[in-house]
Ligand binder design. Structure first.
Ligand SMILES: [Zn+2]
Length: 88
């Protein structure tokens, strides 16, 4: 299985820490974790300093938002999981 569904890739930064960058050949949709239906990717942001909601590690992760869906997903460079977040 592709890490982060192929949306992001992990690289090692100059400081030796892992960080997430956008995968240039990433997909335009990823499967909904609840239904398996494809969710179209709206925006992808990287180099975002964040605390992972799952493992609580700070890191340079990536966020992805979707069309017609309020959820966000956070790609964590520590636990290497795409963590789904309820939309506002
Ligand atoms: Zn994490």
């Amino acid at each position: 299985m592709d890490l982060f569904h192929g949306l992001f890739q992990l690289i090692t930064g100059a400081d030796g820490a892992m960080r997430v960058t956008r995968h240039v050949d990433g997909p335009s949709a990823v499967p909904d974790p609840a239904t398996g239906r494809p969710l179209r990717v709206a925006t992808v942001e990287t180099e975002t300093r964040a605390i992972c909601p799952q493992c609580e590690a700070p890191g340079d992760g990536g966020y992805v938002s979707f069309e017609a869906d309020l959820r966000l997903a956070y790609a964590c460079p520590s636990c290497r999981t795409l963590v789904w977040l309820a939309g506002a």
